[in-house]
Design a binder for this molecule. Structure first.
Ligand code: NDP
Length: 335
């Protein structure tokens, strides 16, 4: 059996282009003891892949030229050599950007597509939701009445963060790229307000709409936007550093003194700054899964997804997500 597979073709400088990815046909290996042969049904496209294209130390090793592109997927088990899994089961795996994958059963999670769609498993019920939930709850420690500011508000993680904030009684202010996205964030996700960062004077507009400043900032983007938000922090604010997507393509800092200015804010406003990577906090998964499943069932959290169809759409979906085409979780159905 042959497998269409996307691989890393060269290290981009700046915004990636389609030729960063190559495609090849490879043999599908047979599963060994404890492994599953799976057919990927729906793959996730995520910003961290751009980070992995840099040849530098990070929380995950850099991609090597020629390496198959990794990524999460919802898949169907075709053959199982592991107890507890059978052909026909649906699983969430690190299946990569390819049609078939052989994976260790230990890293596979069974999912029920009758109770939630593949997009929901890759979104609010998966790594995306876990990132939003654990980052906000365990680093942000939100209290009712506080002001929570969320960048990347129309995206997968940001949209869920704001909805959880509302459930907990926070006043939630989103930041997103464009008026239409901002409108959808307030109308469909229930944020109190959402500001378009493409318009000038973000810090001033934020202060006006916050009626004071931010108590918690859940940062998905970094860069200029985060500098604007940081300047509005209330005393004892919590800065949750989740992602820096505005910087992933190697943008140059606009202002060399920004770091010192930020250190001054940490001190004078007594801020807590916490970075996290979702894979380090997996012990919160059971608590998260139960809570999030309940919120989705009750309609308190709404799942939104941006869907493309077909294997050829994986790369366009990834590049489109980096440039902001998506509202909600970006996924591609390939089978
Ligand atoms: P999104 O669904 O939010 O998609 C990415 C979004 O980034 C785009 O839709 C776009 O929205 C926005 N964006 C792109 N370029 C810029 C820019 N220059 N300035 C501001 N916004 C920009 O992706 P995810 O929800 O999957 O991920 C959000 C963040 O969370 C990422 O930084 C990601 O790396 C991080 N993350 C961190 C994890 C962790 O463990 N710490 C785990 C998972 C994700 P717009 O139109 O509004 O510009």
């Amino acid at each position: 059996m042959k497998n269409r597979q996307l691989y890393f073709s060269y290290r981009p400088d700046g915004t990636p282009t389609p030729d960063v990815f190559g495609e090849r046909l490879v043999d599908v290996g047979a599963p060994g003891e404890g492994e599953l042969l799976c057919r990927n049904l729906t793959v996730s496209v995520d910003p961290y892949l751009r980070l992995k294209m840099h040849d530098r130390r990070s929380y995950t090793p850099p991609l090597q030229i020629g390496e198959a592109i990794p990524g999460r997927a919802v898949a169907e088990v075709l053959e199982s050599r592991a107890p507890g899994f059978s052909a026909g089961d649906h699983v969430m795996i690190y299946g990569g950007w390819q049609e078939y994958a052989v994976v260790s059963a230990k890293a596979a999670q069974k999912v029920d597509l009758a109770t939630a769609s593949a997009g929901a498993w890759l979104g609010p019920l998966g790594m995306t939701g876990m990132t939003a939930y654990a980052g906000l709850m365990h680093i942000g420690k939100p209290k009712a009445g506080e002001t929570l500011v969320v960048s990347g508000a129309a995206g997968a993680v940001g949209g869920i963060v704001g909805q959880i904030g509302k459930i907990l009684g926070c006043r939630v202010i989103g930041i997103a790229g464009g008026e239409e996205k901002c409108r959808s964030v307030t109308e469909h996700l229930g944020f109190n307000a959402c500001l378009n960062y493409r318009e000038p004077h973000l810090a001033t507009r934020l202060e006006n709409v916050c009626g004071g400043g931010a108590d918690i900032y859940f940062d998905n983007v970094g860069g200029e936007i985060s500098r604007a938000v940081a300047s509005t922090f209330n005393n004892f604010g919590r800065f949750i550093v989740c992602g820096l997507v505005s910087q992933y393509s190697g943008q140059q800092p606009a202002e060399p003194t920004a770091f010192d200015e930020f250190m001054r804010l940490i001190l004078t406003r007594k801020l807590t700054v916490g970075g996290f990577i979702v894979t380090d906090i997996e012990h919160h998964y059971p608590e998260f899964e139960e809570t999030m499943a309940g919120w989705l069932k009750s309609g308190q959290v709404v799942h939104r997804e941006h869907v493309r169809q077909g294997f050829d759409e994986i790369v366009p979906a990834f590049l489109g997500m980096l440039s902001g085409e998506n509202t909600g979780k970006s996924i591609v159905h390939i089978a």
